[in-house]
Design a protein. Structure first.
Length: 157
């Protein structure tokens, strides 16, 4: 899908403005000319300027092209279903991960995504289990990210 640059420029300009507004409240360091707000402020200024440039570019190009052009994938029911499943999977993880735990939630999500992408059910389940265990090992054991155990709390390692 092609969306006019003005839309993304507006999003970037708002993001840059919010960061600039936030860094105003950062404390100053006595005796220093440079404080903790300098680098986030510089990056936010760059984002704001780029956002404004995209707004101008999109506004000038509005007559040459429509505001939004749907992509070819939007005509395919399978691709639209895969996109909807992706959004639903993120929401499902947000609301179910604490109760179910990372392992069952991630396995269900991966299995469903592979299934929508037409991977055979047995193969998709095997890939989902192996991938979930690998991700869990990397984040929980190596990076020490506290992943929720949920219904598997009694079996945590």
């Amino acid at each position: 899908m092609k969306i006019n640059d003005a839309f993304f420029g507006l999003v970037l300009a708002i993001l840059g403005g919010l960061v600039l507004f936030t860094v105003r409240s950062y404390p100053t360091i006595p005796g220093q000319q440079v404080g903790p707000a300098l680098f986030p402020g510089l990056i936010a200024t760059g984002i704001l300027v780029c956002g404004l440039a995209l707004i101008v570019r999109g506004w000038l190009a509005r007559k040459a092209a429509p505001w939004a052009v749907p992509g070819e994938w939007m005509r395919s029911a399978r691709h639209v279903a895969a996109f909807a499943l992706l959004v639903a999977s993120v929401l499902f993880y947000i609301f179910a991960a604490q109760a179910l735990g990372f392992l069952p939630t991630a396995m269900l999500i991966l299995w469903a995504m592979f299934y929508v992408l037409r991977v055979p059910p047995g193969k998709s389940l095997l890939i989902a289990v192996i991938t979930t265990l690998a991700i869990h090992f990397m984040f929980y054991k190596l990076l020490r990210v506290p992943l929720p155990w949920g219904i598997l709390a009694n079996y945590s390692w």
